[in-house]
Design a protein around this ligand. Structure first.
Ligand code: DAK
Length: 257
């Protein structure tokens, strides 16, 4: 399928989605969010795909929601159309998603990266939630996910002052998993994604679900969920294959069964 605002490639079990509105620094408009969801629908149902990478350009992962599209919207428009709920679907994906962020990840762009399971970034990355300068506030999870990632002090400071956080601080604060040079970012991200895609998709998806539970329920509930999920993987062929391969000193060949 051909899209106008994104590119989609598949490589060694990995789906790579590149945001592609360079003239507006990948500002997220309705069309881009819709096309990204179509691509994600395709990758989620593709049995060859075990991990998904989202990236942008060198200058911008995404400079936020498209201000030119939003400026004239009224409360009834935005309320009745439930504007941007399409974006929420990205966080509900079951296969793992990695954001490879170079340059600006601002506003909705930062929120999009935060919806991914983890973020790798380049040394030039800049994260911010500058909505306050536009007279609004983050609306697709920023106040919640940024706070969970970096804690109240930095989240408050960033949302109230619109300060941009650089790559090193983002790594120290737990917002990103690792920082790479500009040249290495995409290759390193794809390598990590390929490693994930080689594993049993059943255990990968269960790990994702289980870690996400930690943000939603009490520790006791989360532990119970993890324990039951752990028990259930013993019903899979991949558990047998993984453990037998270890004993037989050979690489495991998972079949997602
Ligand atoms: N929207 C639309 N166009 C944008 C844009 C954006 N967010 N960011 C950049 N552009 C466009 C610029 O207008 C310019 O286009 P032309 O005017 O030349 O046609 C082009 O991209 C290049 O930008 P600049 O000329 O400004 O480039 P610079 O290198 O000088 O500056 C910059 C780069 C990223 C610092 C600057 O462009 C900038 O400050 N951009 C805006 C960043 C921002 O405020 N982002 C937050 C947007 S608000 C919702 C939930 C969430 C949201 C919305 C709704 N609901 C649940 C309903 C999210 C809101 C946001 O993200």
């Amino acid at each position: 399928m051909q899209w106008d605002t994104i590119l989609l490639e598949k490589r060694n079990g990995v789906g790579l989605i590149t945001l592609n509105r360079p003239k507006s620094l990948n500002a997220l408009n309705t069309q881009l969010i819709s096309e990204m969801n179509q691509a994600l629908d395709q990758l989620e149902t593709d049995p060859e795909i075990g991990c998904i990478v989202l990236t942008g350009s060198e200058k911008a992962f995404a400079a936020g929601a498209d201000i030119k599209e939003m400026v004239e919207l009224s409360f009834p428009n935005i309320y009745f159309d439930d504007f941007f709920t399409l974006a929420d679907r990205i966080a509900q994906r079951r296969k793992p998603l990695i954001a490879a962020v170079s340059g600006y990840a601002l506003g909705g762009g930062c929120e999009l990266a935060l919806m991914c399971d983890f973020i790798y970034c380049a040394e030039n990355a800049k994260f911010a939630l500058p909505e306050v300068t536009l007279g609004v506030l983050p609306g697709i999870g920023g106040t919640q996910r940024l706070t969970l990632a970096v804690g109240k002090a930095k989240a408050m400071e960033m949302c109230l002052t619109a300060r941009q956080m650089g790559a090193q601080e983002a790594e120290k604060s737990g917002l990103v998993a690792r920082v790479f040079s500009q040249q290495e970012l995409l290759e390193q991200t794809l390598q990590a994604a390929e490693k994930i895609a080689e594993k049993s998709l059943i255990s990968v998806m269960m790990i994702k679900e289980s870690i996400n539970r930690a943000f939603e329920v009490s520790l006791a509930e989360g532990l119970r969920f993890e324990r039951r999920t752990f028990h259930s993987v013993f019903a899979t062929l991949d558990q047998k294959e993984g453990m037998r391969a270890f004993i037989e000193k050979r690489p495991a060949k998972f079949t997602n069964r």
